[in-house]
Write a protein that binds this ligand. Structure first.
Ligand SMILES: Nc1ncnc2c1ncn2[C@@H]1O[C@H](COP(=O)(O)OP(=O)(O)OP(=O)(O)O)[C@@H](O)[C@H]1O
Length: 341
């Protein structure tokens, strides 16, 4: 559905070149729900704007729905829907009329446009508000109307640029449910950009992590977390000596990293839920006292932190916190230093 090769976009601002997107190679298959995840300024919107023909690439190429985004703009536009960051519907218009007009603008007959508007109003739970002026709708309702506008011509591919930015958590969760339902109902391929980690994690089958205009990881959320982050186990031991012995014992496990600092042991592994009871049994058998054990499953933020050394918090990537002093008993890797960060 999407194929790009070396897709690049520069902007010149006051004689300085901003390399917004640097040589992106992407492939999205029909029916996928893909999230482009990255901090502010990573190049997500610029990528989507090139894929939707709104701006031309500086270099490289992109085929969307089978057509070149530069040579066949019209063909691409007919086959895609695009919901940008601003609201698309006119505020003084009635939602249902806006939808019908949008359908007419895509060349649909009056009857067909009305029928499609009715269908989307029902699919997006807008029945109670579709006959009100857009200005009177809540942020979440307006965003759903935007999505209906983008789907009016039944595109095979829908781009959503930051669909839930500005919505409160409840409206955000509702919108995410609606998008997943729509996708199941219509089989639309969906590419969304987000800097909400939970949004990418819960909705997308595939997350493409973008940083400084480049793809730095591309996989399912589960595999990204298993490969680039792992589970973290934190043990509070009965004494500093217990922690030192525990760390040495755990560090000998295959594929497990352990560090200790005072009476604590920090462990990193891929199979935390299965490993933790086993660790506790072995430490107990060795007479090592563990007072408290905590298990933390990884997030996509941990993935980003491991890949870049920065944290992808809502609103931007920040430098990681300085690490507390720790002594490693396993092979020291950058990842296991970050366990304690
Ligand atoms: N029209 C423009 N003129 C100049 N610079 C631009 C323009 N559009 C984007 N940029 C710059 O390109 C870089 C990438 O911006 P882009 O909007 O693609 O990032 P983003 O990942 O979508 O960020 P956000 O999450 O904040 O929307 C940024 O440094 C931005 O300032």
């Amino acid at each position: 559905m999407i194929r790009t090769q070396g897709l690049t976009r520069h902007f010149v601002v006051k004689k300085e070149t901003v390399e917004a997107v640097r040589g992106l190679d992407l492939a999205v298959q029909r029916g996928e729900l893909v999230a482009l995840l990255g901090p502010n300024g990573a190049g997500k919107s610029t990528t989507v704007r090139m894929l939707t023909t709104l701006i031309p690439p500086t270099a490289g190429s992109a085929h969307v729905a089978g057509f070149d985004v530069v040579r066949n703009q019209g063909e691409v536009r007919r086959r895609i829907g695009y919901i940008g960051q601003g609201n698309g519907a006119g505020h003084q218009q009635v939602g249902r009329d806006e939808l019908t007009s949008q359908g007419r603008a895509y060349g649909m007959g009056r009857k067909a446009a009305r029928a499609r508007a009715d269908e989307l109003i029902s699919a997006l739970d807008l029945a109670g508000v579709a006959d009100r002026k857009v200005a009177t709708l809540s942020g979440g309702q307006r965003r759903r109307l935007d999505i209906a506008m983008g789907l009016i011509h039944a595109p095979a591919l829908l781009f959503l640029d930051e669909p839930s930015t500005g919505l409160d958590p409840q409206n955000r969760a509702n919108l995410q449910d609606q998008i997943v339902k729509l996708r199941a109902e219509y089989g639309t391929t969906i590419v969304l950009t987000t800097h909400y980690l939970d949004e990418a994690d819960s909705m997308a089958e595939r997350v493409i992590v973008v940083d400084h205009g480049r793809v730095i990881a591309d996989d399912t959320p589960a595999r990204l977390k298993a490969e680039h982050a792992g589970d973290r186990i934190s043990l509070a031991c009965g004494s500093d000596d217990d922690a030192r012995r525990a760390s040495a014992r755990i560090g000998a496990f295959d594929g497990v990293d352990a560090e200790h600092g005072r009476d604590r042991v920090h462990v990193r592994a891929v199979n935390g839920p299965e490993l933790l009871p086993e660790l506790l049994r072995r430490l107990d058998a060795d007479g090592i006292r563990v007072i408290r054990a905590e298990l933390a499953r990884p997030t996509l933020d941990d993935v980003f932190l491991n890949l870049t050394g920065r944290s992808l918090r809502e609103g931007g990537a920040e430098p990681a916190e300085p690490e507390p002093p720790a002594t490693s008993t396993a092979a020291t890797t950058r990842q296991n230093q970050e366990i304690t960060a």
